[in-house]
Design a protein around this ligand. Structure first.
Ligand SMILES: C[S@@+](CC[C@H](N)C(=O)[O-])C[C@H]1O[C@@H](n2cnc3c(N)ncnc32)[C@H](O)[C@@H]1O
Length: 386
């Protein structure tokens, strides 16, 4: 089921002032979004005044604000605006607008550009850059919990979690769920646990190998209610066939639902080369971000194996942020074949219905080529929603 969002629209600062005062005094509920239109232009405010408004906005919305009414003559001003909003607790890494974590009381600083201004490419926080270009912010725990299949889930597991956006964002929406994250990267663990979490949420971040069966029995012991495991950013492509097969087997014995974020259906030979990921604020600050094929990384159409890396570069210098050696694109039909061999039921997230639908069902009304980017596997016998 698609989640409905409530948006309040204001056309002037007077109307915004009135709305914020009503929300602050409890006379009106926080909407999901506030849309600023017409004369309510944040770009014309001096930075201090803008940041004061943003502070109040942050406390008065569940998800964020939208403002397509800004205009800039100079790149410098656009960047200044971007940075002031980003350090006031909103990011625009999603298609939806300037976003915060759901109803979060914490003003997070999303400005990764200042570090570049201070220390160039060496100053960049690789995890922050990675998040800004590859983060999945348009879908979160609540989209999957809103499905008929996963409505009873109360434990979220994020294997290969890295910066663990799925759990972190999700816990603001469902603080009473349990969250388990697993990654080999100790630095990622420290980074995630150093973020501000709601104190009541039960969570654990294990530095461990997700191919280790004991890890999964620990997760099972930690779980309460039904459990959903989610591997984002196609991270399972770091595994070879035997490893992924083993992971699907072990994981589905210990969680109820095992979900993978998959690429759009495409030939692997279309995926090599260089992919420009540069965001406007990067360009304005003077650097670019790209996914670049390694010199020996050309995609192999028979094995789907490829090698590439994420780089940031200026005209003079280049810095590799993350490497993706031995990346095998496990396309949807291969995943379904593995699921059949393991006697798992396979589902895809239907882009129109916002429900998990069995892969055996018709694909009508679903933009299969562009939009089947979440697959789910389970040992449970479940009736399809169609
Ligand atoms: C593409 S990154 C993932 C990003 C992650 N989904 C995020 O939101 O940041 C892949 C992650 O998988 C982790 N990883 C690779 N092999 C692993 C393994 N065998 N067990 C646990 N984590 C692993 C890496 O340390 C890395 O953080």
């Amino acid at each position: 089921m698609e989640i409905e969002h409530k948006t309040r629209v204001v056309n002037s600062f007077a109307a915004l002032e009135k709305l914020l005062a009503q929300i602050e005094s409890g006379r009106k509920e926080k909407p999901d979004w506030i849309r600023l239109q017409s004369n309510a232009r944040l770009d014309v405010l001096e930075i201090d005044a803008r940041e004061k408004v943003l502070k109040r906005l942050h406390a008065c919305v569940l998800r964020g604000f939208k403002a397509n009414n800004v205009e800039f003559e100079k790149k410098k001003h656009r960047l200044e605006y971007w940075q002031s909003v980003a350090r006031s607790g909103f990011h625009d890494f999603s298609e939806l607008g300037w976003m915060k974590s759901y109803d979060s009381p914490f003003v997070e600083n999303y400005d990764y550009i200042e570090a570049f201004k201070d220390n160039g490419l060496d100053g960049l926080d690789p995890y922050a850059v990675y998040s800004s270009v590859l983060g999945t912010f348009d879908f979160s725990v609540e989209d999957f919990i809103a499905t008929e299949l996963c409505q009873n889930v109360r434990t979220i597991v994020e294997p290969m979690s890295g910066t663990a956006e799925f759990c972190y964002q999700g816990h603001f929406r469902f603080p009473d769920f349990r969250y388990a994250m697993i990654d080999l990267d100790e630095q990622a663990q420290q980074r995630v646990l150093a973020q501000r979490w709601l104190p009541e949420t039960e969570k654990q971040y294990l530095v461990a190998d997700v191919l280790n069966e004991e890890v999964w029995s620990n997760i099972k012991a930690f779980s309460s209610g039904e459990s959903l495991s989610y591997i984002g950013k196609q991270s399972h492509h770091l595994f070879d066939a035997k490893q992924l097969f083993r992971l699907m087997d072990v994981a589905t014995r210990n969680v109820d639902y095992f979900m993978l974020e998959t690429p759009q259906l495409a030939m692997v030979t279309d995926m090599g080369g260089t992919d420009d990921m540069t965001r406007p604020e990067m360009k304005a600050a003077g650097f670019e971000a790209e996914l670049v094929e390694d010199h020996d990384g050309e995609p192999n159409p028979f094995t789907n194996l490829m090698h590439f890396h994420l780089t940031a570069s200026t005209k003079k210098k280049e810095r590799q942020l993350f490497g993706y050696r031995d990346w095998t694109v496990w396309s949807q039909p291969i995943l379904v074949t593995m699921a059949n061999l393991l006697d798992l039921n396979a589902f895809y997230f239907h882009s129109e219905l916002h429900e998990f639908v069995s892969v055996e069902e018709e694909t009508e009304d679903c933009d299969v080529e562009d939009n089947v980017t979440f697959m789910l596997f389970t040992r449970r016998e479940v009736d399809s929603v169609l």
